[in-house]
Design a protein around this ligand. Structure first.
Ligand code: G3P
Ligand code: CA
Length: 244
């Protein structure tokens, strides 16, 4: 992915989720407009095997529908409005498929796909799509499901993987020892990041992308610590900070 000031990547969380309905094409377009170097998005698998971009396992919170994505067909999911809950301005947004997001984004913009469920079918479908589209270099795949993610890396050594870390903190050295595969990145909750974290990651050549950082003073602290990029709901705020 392209990066800007001092190689700090602006990663738009669910697009520009602070200002647009998360994980919609409108949100991704806004993130790009605001200068994001990459977008983060979440994926699930529909009943008929489509890779659907949505944070929750159910459509209830962010669409006009109800039910689990895993129990709905693509054509049923496509009937739902995914923007109205946010504002009238975004009425008519649909739940995007991953391939539609890849079609929308300019080639220079990176994509951080977060695998939400521990499913071999989803992992296989994602690998197939990235291979078909020759996108292994443009996409980095993250997940809290470290076992499944590291298995993907073993199957496809060209894949870039990033371990998501939150409640059960694992630091870079322990993660590298435990999983024994090349880690492109680690994505810790931003409160976990400190000098020790950064020293370990730097020694191992692991990029660090903390989430979800929306306050400018905290963005500045993380930049000073030397993170590789920041995942934020407000790409424009980080862009303005980096431009100053
Ligand atoms: O990828 C970082 C962040 O998105 C993980 O948490 O719940 O926002 O998907 P969540
Ligand atoms: Ca996510």
């Amino acid at each position: 992915m392209r990066t800007t000031h001092r190689q700090i990547a602006i990663v738009g969380h669910r697009g520009a989720a602070g200002e647009a309905p998360e994980n919609t094409l409108g949100s991704f377009a806004l993130a790009v407009e605001q200068g994001a170097d990459a977008v983060e998005l979440d994926v699930h698998l529909s009943k008929d095997g489509s890779i659907v971009v949505c944070h929750d396992a159910k459509v209830n919170r962010t669409t006009t529908g109800r039910g689990a994505i895993a129990e709905l067909l693509t054509r049923e999911l496509k009937q739902l409005d995914a923007g109205m809950w946010h504002s009238d301005r975004y009425a008519g947004e649909r739940l995007p498929l991953l391939e539609e997001v890849l079609d929308l984004l300019p080639p220079a913009v990176g994509v951080n796909v977060e695998i939400k469920i521990d499913s071999p079918e989803l992992r296989d479908g994602l690998l197939r799509l990235l291979r078909e589209r020759s996108m292994l270099q443009r996409v980095f795949v993250s997940s809290f499901h470290h076992g499944g993610l590291t298995r993907m890396k073993q199957e496809e050594p060209g894949l870039r993987i990033g371990l998501l870390v939150d409640k059960k903190p694992i630091m870079p050295e322990e993660a590298a020892r435990k999983y024994g595969v090349e880690l492109y990145s680690m994505h810790p909750h931003h409160k976990l990041v400190n000098r020790q974290w950064m020293e370990q990651a730097n020694r191992l050549g692991i990029r660090v992308y903390p989430w979800t950082v929306n306050k400018v003073p905290r963005m500045a602290e993380l930049i000073a610590l030397g993170v590789s990029g920041i995942i934020t709901d407000f790409p424009a705020r980080l862009r303005a900070l980096l431009n100053n």
